[in-house]
Design a protein around this ligand. Structure first.
Ligand code: HEC
Length: 564
């Protein structure tokens, strides 16, 4: 009962926060200084690593697992780790009726807002007032001793007993101190790439990307930054004039383009050098048609968010915190096709591909998915894609087979010189791009496309907003997916940056991307975008489509929505 009441107060608080977003006051530098004066001395780099291991993995400096008693019994190791509830950023979580308070640095030193009436007061804290509202309780700043008591005895700084959800930890004095010092430094420093008036982003372009795609992406990103900066400048003037506020949330976006060269093994060093020259807060978008793995690896190692790049073949491991993607690209398509082909039971699945890295990854994923099943599968690799090599590869195909052709847009024209086989031929919408319209008409009858987007007829209203935006900026529509993704990426970043205000921590940015996207109204070409806690891919399914409609030229569904 009590919990429910608290949640509804918090909900109304959230609304208020959204409305008041632009005028919520922040800590002045002097207030920050005062709070930091209560901090314990800084941790050495080694001690920081040990403390971080307790916090994130539940491993004590001795190597033994962290142990605690939780609401439902004993917790050991990773299950007991603070990150499970308070998250990497230490900013906590507000989800359903679970309210986990922020414990990063100053939140343990700074009074909580007690009610909506305090929202505008100078001492309101943080962006996520949800954590604080409704806690009309006595408050006292934490000391190292009371943090230890909180962890081991479950009693807060005023002597109040915690909710059973906060576990009671078995920690000796040394380890408790280490954790206390770790909490004190969490979120205390402004990350590199954030200055009082500028937010630096980088967009990574890999060397395999054709110039037209690169330009399509960069033009949209540049236009977005320009419009945002102009608008914000105006807001800043207004606020200065009428509210006398510090205006500290108005930062110009500066976008740096990091062009990679040479083989993928050399990219991490190039990225490190670029980061050294100009540190950035996050990678905003980015583009690759072949591998992206070295970029993801760089982001994981340096703790830099990789924010929705346009990539055909995202790395398949998504246990990495820092990289988030719109979809799994051709790997998702491979999953959709493997599912459909298994259902339709052809005698054989014959996959065709050239030397393209993304095509190779996709073909491998289909083979893996069909492995051990009743459908025989075979991959035919064409050294060069020519009418004669295609004709040879298709010569023995019968009506009982299915063909999966991992071909790029430019290669589709080659099909014109070859008669279509008497079997369905599945293509990749991701690889075909907008050039799929150039598919020879003789082939359209047998063509099916793995289509990891919303159907054109159903997304019209959603896409028109983006198209209007393009028109207003004087940008022609040259590559729908690339441009729509660049627009969405920027918009989602703007939304999150505006939400987190002065709490510009990289981990917190990524945590805010989770959960909240579920309700996102603008999805452009996608059916829906949502990231649950821990998820790293926002659109998880797709259709198989074929050419149809009155003109035989529209893409219509040939399957339900499939989430492989
Ligand atoms: C299972 C979820 C969970 C885990 C794991 C967890 N906490 Fe908590 N923690 C909570 C909840 C819930 C509260 C709020 C309790 C209350 O106010 O009644 C809390 C409160 C706190 C507070 C007091 C905050 C305040 O404003 O008074 C501190 C400090 C804290 N936790 C630190 C930690 C540390 C350090 C770890 C890891 C060693 C940890 N917690 C692990 C759920 C968790």
């Amino acid at each position: 009962m009590i919990r429910r009441a608290r949640v509804s107060v918090v909900l109304s608080g959230l609304l208020l926060v959204t409305l008041a977003g632009a005028v919520v006051a922040h800590w002045s530098p002097r207030e920050r200084e005062r709070a930091h004066a209560a901090d314990p001395p800084a941790l050495t780099a080694d001690a920081l690593k040990l403390a971080e291991r307790i916090y994130r993995q539940g491993i004590l400096p001795s190597g033994a697992p962290l142990r605690a008693v939780g609401a439902e019994g004993e917790l050991v190791g990773a299950a007991a780790a603070c990150v499970q509830c308070h998250r990497r950023s230490g900013m906590g979580l507000f989800e359903g009726n679970r309210i986990i308070p922020p414990i990063a640095g100053r939140y343990l030193q700074q009074p909580r807002t007690r009610g909506p009436d305090e929202l505008d007061a100078r001492h309101t804290r943080g962006p996520d007032l949800a954590h604080a509202i409704g806690r009309s309780r006595a408050w006292a700043p934490y000391t190292q001793a009371s943090v230890r008591r909180a962890l081991t005895e479950g009693i807060d700084a005023t002597g109040r007993r915690f909710d059973a959800l906060m576990p009671r930890y078995a920690l000796d004095e040394h380890d408790a101190r280490l954790l206390g010092a770790y909490l004190a430094q969490l979120g205390a420093e402004r990350p590199a790439g954030v200055t009082p008036d500028t937010l630096h982003f980088a967009t990574v372009v890999t060397p395999d990307v054709p110039p037209a795609k690169r330009a399509a992406l960069l033009d949209v990103l540049a236009a977005f930054c320009e419009v945002r900066n102009a608008g914000r400048r105006l807001d800043k003037l207004r606020e200065r004039r009428y509210a006398g506020s510090s205006g500290s949330t108005y930062r110009e976006w500066q976008l740096h383009v990091w062009e990679l060269t040479g083989p993928p093994e050399t990219w991490p060093a190039q990225l490190d050098a670029a980061m050294q020259r100009q540190p950035v807060f996050a990678l905003l978008s980015g583009i690759a048609t072949e591998t992206w793995a070295p970029v993801q690896q760089f982001c994981a190692q340096r703790g830099v968010p990789c924010w929705f790049p346009t990539v055909d073949l995202p790395p398949t491991s998504h246990d990495d915190f820092y990289s988030i993607y719109f979809s799994d690209g051709v790997t998702l398509e491979a999953g959709i096709l493997a599912r459909i082909v298994s259902e339709r039971r052809p005698r054989r699945v014959i996959q065709l591909r050239g030397q393209d890295v993304a095509a190779a990854g996709a073909a491998q994923a289909v083979t893996r998915a069909l492995g051990g099943g009743p459908v025989a599968s075979e991959v035919r690799v064409l050294d060069t894609l020519s009418p004669s090599s295609l004709r040879r590869a298709l010569a023995d195909v019968t009506g009982a087979d299915a063909v999966v052709a991992w071909l790029r847009g430019g290669d589709l024209a080659t099909l014109g010189a070859v008669p279509p086989p008497p079997a369905p031929v599945y293509f990749s919408a991701t690889l075909a791009g907008d050039e799929r319209a150039r598919l020879p008409s003789a082939w359209k009858g047998v063509t099916r496309l793995a289509y990891p987007f919303e159907l054109p007829a159903r997304r019209r209203a959603n896409v028109s907003r983006f198209e209007t935006w393009l028109q207003t900026r004087g940008l022609p529509r040259v590559d729908e997916r690339v441009q729509a993704e660049a627009y969405l990426t920027s918009m989602l970043m703007a939304e999150k940056v505006d939400e987190i205000l002065e709490e510009l921590q990289r981990e917190y940015l990524l945590e805010r991307a989770e959960g909240i996207l579920a309700t996102h109204a603008t999805t452009a070409i996608y059916r829906g975008l949502s990231l649950g806690p821990g998820q790293r891919v926002a659109s998880k399914g797709g259709y198989v489509v074929r050419f149809g409609g009155s003109d035989g030229e529209s893409l219509v569904a040939d399957s339900d929505w499939i989430v492989p």
